[in-house]
Design a protein around this ligand. Structure first.
Ligand SMILES: C[S@@+](CC[C@H](N)C(=O)[O-])C[C@H]1O[C@@H](n2cnc3c(N)ncnc32)[C@H](O)[C@@H]1O
Length: 204
């Protein structure tokens, strides 16, 4: 049997490639999302919508702000920020499935002009473009983010659903309907250590 070759690539080779890919679990469905390049540090659990609204209120989002959600899940926080406050918002997630869901959410709400969704590991990001950061991660992940959060512009707000940031003093802790939200404002205030110690008088 003669097999047509496509620009030097034989159809037998193409067929063999398809068989190998399918045996490794690659589906032919073009809508299927790929597996994450790195295992997510925390699984996807969405923030309840009333808590999303409260987080953004607590962050005092205002016109001209840029909101980043680190680990954006289905994009509900960035979509709500853009819809309710008319601000630009960027959602980052490491899981292509979450990226797909976020992009669908943005498209359904016709917010492509305000919301950007990026596939990225949050621990590699430069956060200096943000005025507001939203988090729903884990306590140890919040702590891992401190070096990046310390580089935020002065007056930036960080709000975290459920989890604190050990070593950094929150400006506010709100308990409502059994949920807790933490708020910090930059520059971050260390709970102990040099940054909070009064300066020594060099003459004494
Ligand atoms: C608990 S969910 C929160 C989702 C969303 N922010 C919300 O509040 O509804 C955490 C998200 O972080 C993502 N994630 C975990 N590790 C990550 C990493 N290193 N970089 C980017 N995203 C990550 C997960 O894929 C998941 O979607």
């Amino acid at each position: 049997m003669r097999v047509k070759s496509i620009r030097g690539f034989s159809a037998w080779a193409a067929l063999a490639l398809v068989l190998v890919l399918t045996s490794f679990g690659y589906a032919a469905d073009p809508a299927a999302a790929a597996a994450p390049k790195k295992t997510p540090d925390v699984i996807f659990v969405p923030t309840p919508q009333p808590v999303v609204e409260r987080m953004l209120e607590l962050a005092e989002v205002k016109k001209g702000d840029v909101v980043y959600d680190l680990g954006c899940g289905d994009g509900r926080i960035v979509v709500t920020a853009a819809k309710k406050y008319g601000v630009k918002a960027v959602g980052f997630d490491i899981d292509p499935q979450r990226i797909k869901e976020s992009l669908e959410n943005v498209k359904t709400n016709r917010l492509e002009h305000l919301v950007t969704i990026k596939e990225a590991d949050i621990f590699t990001l430069d956060l200096s473009g943000a005025d507001v950061i939203t988090l729903y991660l884990l306590p140890e992940l919040n702590v891992r983010l401190i070096p990046q959060l310390e580089k935020l512009k002065p007056g930036s707000r960080i709000v975290s659903f459920s989890f604190d940031m050990e070593g950094i003093k929150p400006d506010k802790v709100v308990h409502e309907d059994g949920e807790t939200i933490y708020k910090w404002t930059t520059p971050l205030k260390r709970e102990s250590g040099a940054a909070t110690r009064p300066k020594r008088d060099p003459d004494n």
